[in-house]
Every structure is written in C-alpha cells, then in structure tokens.
Design a protein around this ligand. Structure first.
Ligand code: NAD
Length: 541
C-alpha cells in the first residue's frame, strides 16, 4: 500500500560514450571483450528464478569468427515451458498486488546497473555475439535499453495519474490492472534493447512474462536477465526460455492462460504466431493482446532540390551500419536523374573507404552478418542482381564466409522499380537505387508507396519547402517513422516513438505510453457517496 503519491523523475536519454582513442571507456571495453572471449559461458533457462539445465545444448559462436565458441545454451521444450507457466501463475497475484512504484523500482535499478557496473559487459557481449561495432552496441545495448526501462517507468506513472471526471455525489476512478494470464515475449536477434524491453514493459505493468530470446542474441540477453534478477525481480515474474521457435512457441500459445504476445521479428514468424493464436482462440480465458513489430523495406526518396552530400551520408549510414540488419535500414533509394551521376560518384568514393572486419578492431565501420542463414540469404539476392539484365552492381557484391560471415556493402542500380531487391526485405548491407526522370516525380512517389507491403521507415530529402510538405503528405501512410532530410534509422526513445504499419506491424510504438496501454486492462470504479433510496424518476410525476 502506498502512503503518498510517488513521483518518477522525468528521465533524460542516456548519453553515449565515444570510445575514442585515449578514453578510459575504450580501455575498459577492451578488457571486458578479452575477459568474455576467454570463457565459454554456460547459459541455462531461468524458471521460477532458478537455473534449469537441459540435455539439448547449442553452441553460441561469434558471427565474425565462427570458429570461436562463446557459450553453450541449454534449450527448452514443452516440459520447461509448462514448468514456466505454472511458476508464472503462482507468481502472478503477488506481483500484481505490489504497488506500481515498487515494480518500477526494480526496472529503474536495472537501468542504472546497465549504464553503471554492467555497461561494458552489456556492450562487449552484444559486440561479440551479435557482431556490432562499439558504437552500434553502445547506442542500443546500453543507451536504448536503459532508456526503455527509465521512460517506461515515467510513462507508467503518467498512466496511473490519468483519472476520469467525477460529478457531484459520485467518485469515479480507473484502476490499471495487469492482464490475467501471462504475456509471451518473443524477441529478435538484432537489438539487445528490444529483447530486454519485450518482457520488461509488460512486467512493469504488473504482468508475468515468458521470454523467448533469439538464439542468435541469447548471450547478451542472458546477461540482462541476470541484471534483472540482481535488481530484485521476484522469482517467476519473467521466465527466460531459450529454445528453437516452435519448441517454446507451440506450448506457450497452446496454454489457456496466454494473455498477450509481445513480438518483434519477421513477418513470416508473426503471421505464424497470429494464425496459431486464431486457431486456439476458443481455449483462451481472455482475448490475448497481440503486439508485433515486424519487417521493413525502408526508403530514401530524393527530390531534385536535395543536396548530394547529405544524401551520401544518410544513405551510407542507413544502409550499411550494423550491416543493414536494422529493421529501419535503408534498402531502396529513389534518385532523380539530375542528381544520379553526382550522387553515384560521391557514394562510390565513400563506400570504398568503408572498413570491415573484427569487432575488436575499433577502426572498422562494419563487421559480419549474424549467421550462415543470413549470409546465404543476402548473397542469394546479390546473385539475383548479378544475373539480371535489369540490374547492375555498382559497389561491393563480394562476400567471404571463411572466417566470419562478411558481405561487402553493396549498391545495385536497377532499371525496374519492381525489381526483387526493391520489394523484399533482405536484411543485409544491400541498397538498390532506382533513377527516375525528374518530371516523373509524382508518379515515382506513388510507385515508392505501392512497391513493398511494408510501411516502417522512410526518409525524404528536399530543400524546396513546398515539396517537403507535398512529400510528407503523399507518404502519410508509407512509414510509421518518417524522416525529413535525415537518415531513416536510429530512432530514440521518447523522441521518435518507433513502429510501422501495414505489414511492418501493429504500430504499438515500443517505449511509449501507446505500448504500455496494451499491457494494462482498465477497471472503472464508480462509487455513490450517498446511495439513492427512491427508484421512481421525477418525470413520473
Ligand atoms: P525471426 O522472425 O526469425 O525471429 C524472431 C523470434 O521469433 C526469434 O526469437 C525466433 O526464435 C522466434 N520464433 C521463430 N519461430 C517461432 C515460433 N514458431 N514460435 C515462437 N517463436 C518463434 O526474426 P529475426 O531474424 O530474429 O529478426 C529480424 C526481423 O525482425 C526482421 O524482419 C526485422 O525487420 C524485424 N525487426 C523489426 C523491428 C521493428 O521494430 N519493426 C525491430 C527489430 C527487428
């Protein structure tokens, strides 16, 4: 019971450390990288707050050096999922009854542990196992993760204070209850921050959660799970269940206690999960809340009034940072004929300077893609372009999987705006350019809007203000995160709430009030101060 209105101080976005030569953080991170590399981490499931070891084990390797084993993860199946559900249901009532500020305190503590004593561990683990450069890792596995935890606590406080009107004689209140049952949180490989947020946001709202991390990110995700436990997360509130998709997914979705799905990943997986929920609908005790953020085919659209230098920087960073494995990564660019030559020349000059290699060589801008499967998929698209007379590879196109899964930053130019690499999500460092006649500006905007089924991010470049307004209007439904004269990546919590529509997801904006409301079920309470004692109405005479 609370005996005061507690206030969550408005957070600030976590500042990023630079890791520039000579800084203390650079040395500390290097030390942590070599410490982690020197061990093979055994990764258990965590069920009811206890480590659970299974006899199905898979190795965790470094994508940029796949001969190096970082860890061994113990995989869950039906038995472990059932144990986890039982434990969640036992933990549910006590956790839900805890005042919201006590729950928030656990996650606020975890945020300060991520940015404090475990900063270099979270950064180094994400660098090694998900192949990120120090900066790409810092901005998300430290910065964004802490931002999610801190801002969600602040948003939750605001929601709790949102109360209805009470006329004379009546006191109206709204209570924000958690959902009845568990939330199934299924996370992708590409952001440690998203993985941490998927179970944490519902849990902060008073829910219990089953967390199925991606096996490609399980190493960093396990460190975060341990931070949550050290921060005081009670046993059974979040269950950590590494495993193959269906081995964990099928029994979780078959439970009558499923109350929500908090998913980020590909369209194919989300469609499968949604379909399964639909098929199981008669067994659930409550209608599950389904939240899913999925893929993108994110665009940059240049108008003839745009500046070439800013286009070059935006396209290079948005297409190739983290090897193009951000859901927001630019993967198609529309260029007016009048700028095409200048843009291409400058872009190729800059791409030639990109260095790619091991994450421990801090001079690298790019490292490897996540897995053999990703490598094969990305290179197959490059081969399609190589074999087509509608496409030409202007930069990159090479790849090497002998030591790590390396794919060169690639620029394709196509004469066909519906060419496969203009339509499908590749999720690698591959950008395709379509050059349009200047006078076909409006038709080309229509083309851009209808070419892919996604609507996640998009960026326009123009100096003419009438055109900026025209483009912003034309692309109203083409992207959930829209950028004017800036690259379409790197959304920041509390600044650009993130999510897309159409086939990019349910657009429930991770790290915002919009998302938290999905994990709360309001109860309206009306209290009469003096209860009526006469049933007849005055009009009855
Ligand atoms: P994925 O769909 O392959 O996997 C996502 C998760 O689903 C993993 O944990 C996986 O093991 C799990 N899964 C697979 N089958 C399952 C099943 N039957 N039951 C339960 N779980 C199952 O995606 P990925 O490769 O990890 O991530 C990349 C994708 O995520 C891209 O499409 C990217 O655009 C998208 N993404 C979107 C956003 C966004 O905010 N819109 C953010 C990050 C990534």
């Amino acid at each position: 019971m609370s005996n005061a209105y507690f206030r969550v101080e408005e957070p600030k976005n976590e500042p990023y450390l630079s890791y520039a030569p000579g800084t203390p953080e650079r040395e500390a991170l290097k030390e942590e990288l070599s410490r982690l590399k020197g061990e093979v981490l055994e990764i258990p499931a965590i069920i009811d707050g206890k480590e659970v070891w299974t006899d199905r084990v898979e190795e965790v390797v470094m994508p940029h050096n796949h001969g190096h084993v970082l860890g061994r993860v113990h995989l869950c199946g039906e038995k472990e999922v059932k144990m986890a559900i039982e434990s969640s249901l036992r933990a549910q009532r006590e956790w839900a009854d805890l005042p919201w500020e006590e729950r928030a305190a656990v996650f606020l503590r975890a945020a300060d542990m991520v940015t404090g004593p475990y900063r270099y561990t979270m950064n180094a683990a994400t660098m090694l196992a998900q192949s990120k450069t120090p900066y790409q890792s810092e901005i998300e596995a430290v910065g964004e993760l802490a931002d999610f935890l801190r801002f969600n606590a602040w948003y939750l406080a605001k929601i709790m204070g949102d109360q209805p009107h009470s006329p004379d004689g009546i006191w109206n209140r709204v209570e924000y209850r958690p959902l009845e049952g568990f939330v199934f949180a299924v996370s992708p490989f590409n952001f440690t921050a998203i993985a941490g947020n998927l179970p944490s946001a519902p849990a902060m709202c008073g829910n219990v959660a089953l967390w199925k991390p991606s096996l490609e990110a399980v190493y960093s995700n396990y460190f975060f799970m341990k931070i949550l436990m050290e921060a005081g997360l009670p046993d059974g509130v979040i269950q950590f269940l590494p495993g193959l998709g269906a081995d964990v997914g099928d029994p979780a979705l078959a439970s009558e206690h499923l109350a929500g799905l908090h998913f980020t990943g590909s369209v194919g997986t989300f469609n499968h999960l949604w379909r399964t929920i639909g098929e199981n609908i008669d067994r659930y005790r409550t209608y599950p809340r389904v939240v899913g953020e999925t893929g993108g085919k994110d665009f940059i659209f240049a108008h003839e009034s745009a500046g070439v230098e800013e286009l070059v920087v935006a396209a290079l960073r948005a297409a190739y940072e983290y090897q193009g494995q951000k859901c927001s990564a630019a993967s198609r660019i529309y260029m007016p004929e009048s700028l095409a030559e200048a843009f291409t020349e400058r872009f190729l000059e800059e791409v030639a300077k990109i260095s790619m290699g091991d994450v421990e060589d801090f001079s690298n801008f790019m490292t490897a893609v996540i897995s053999r499967k990703a490598f094969d998929k990305i290179t197959s698209y490059i081969e399609m372009a190589r074999g087509s007379d509608e496409a030409e590879i202007l930069a990159g196109g090479g790849s090497d999987d002998s030591k790590g899964y390396f794919v060169e930053p690639t620029l394709i130019r196509t004469s066909n705006p519906d060419f496969v690499t203009m339509r499908e999500e590749i999720f690698g460092p591959v950008l395709t350019m379509y050059v349009y006649p200047n006078e076909q500006f409006e038709e080309t905007m229509d083309l851009c809007d209808r070419t892919s089924p996604f609507a996640l991010t998009g960026a326009i470049f123009a100096r003419n203000r009438y055109v900026v307004k025209q483009m912003a209007d034309r692309f109203r439904f083409s992207a959930g995160n829209f950028y004017i004269n800036d690259k379409p990546t790197a959304a920041v919590v509390n600044q650009q709430p993130f999510g897309g529509s159409r086939k990019s997801g349910t657009n429930d904006k991770a790290g915002s009030v919009i998302n938290l409301l999905r994990w709360l079920s309001a109860r309206a309470i009306k209290e009469a101060k003096v209860s009526p004692t006469e049933w007849r109405y005055p009009y009855m005479g």
